[in-house]
Ligand binder design. Structure first.
Ligand code: C5J
Length: 222
């Protein structure tokens, strides 16, 4: 066992190279490019592009260190059998899940919009979890995959901070995983929501987990 103290809030995190993985949430074209789900909901997607280089540095660091990397994609089956009507019909987006858009059908597995950005594309052998919910544990094999690999610590990055990232961290926390949010490798369409989410995670002695800079994370795994 090799444990390195990672500078984090609310306290140093005991990073264990034998148990840690990077989990990159939903860095998909549908959330980050024009014409996708995020834009259809009226969001300014350009905000999210700013973290691409930081997420890429984290990916490079984990890969160089030989540590596991997992990616998620929020997407649905083409027949929408895994998309509750409550999710599809909520709000008044310009395009709903399953509708044809400039990047194919919105949030549908296999369509160009559901793919991870080319700059952050998974390498062969890296796990990619397709998830129908906001949390990465709901209706997926993530728990079994992590257990089989002995992973108990998650460094979490991706979008959006207060939706899929936070939901996944809360699901992981309830399952006994220690999670660190890479706070400069996550972003929200709403800056105030990102700030509030980071504070919610680290409050009360780390009630959901820890938060750390990508530089500190990379230093700890180097
Ligand atoms: C959203 C996500 N925001 N990946 N999905 O609907 O956070």
């Amino acid at each position: 066992m090799s444990v390195t103290p990672l500078t984090a809030r609310p306290a140093d995190f005991p990073l264990d190279r034998g148990k840690v993985a990077l989990l990159v949430i939903d860095m998909q074209r549908d959330f980050i490019e024009e014409g996708g789900f995020g834009a259809a909901l009226g969001n300014d997607v350009s905000r999210l592009r700013a973290i691409i280089p930081t997420v890429a540095r984290l990916l490079d660091g984990f890969r160089a260190a030989g540590l596991p990397v997992l990616h998620t994609r929020e997407c649905h089956a083409p027949d929408l059998s895994d998309c509750p009507p409550a999710k599809r019909l909520r709000g008044a987006p310009s395009l709903r899940i399953g509708d044809p858009g400039p990047m194919g059908r919105i949030l549908i597995a296999g369509e160009p919009g559901a793919e991870i950005l080319p700059e952050l594309a998974p390498l062969p052998g890296e796990t990619v979890i397709d998830k129908p919910g906001k949390g990465a544990f709901y209706a997926t094999d993530l728990q079994q995959i992590l257990q089989a690999r002995g992973i108990t610590q998650l460094i979490v990055a991706g979008v959006t901070t207060e939706v899929c990232v936070q939901t996944t961290m809360r699901e992981a926390n309830d399952r006994g995983y220690d999670c660190v949010l890479a706070q400069d490798a996550t972003e929200s369409y709403f800056p105030a929501f990102k700030t509030a989410t980071v504070e919610m995670i680290v409050a009360q002695g780390g009630i959901v987990g820890w938060a750390a800079s990508s530089a500190a994370i990379l230093e700890a795994i180097a």
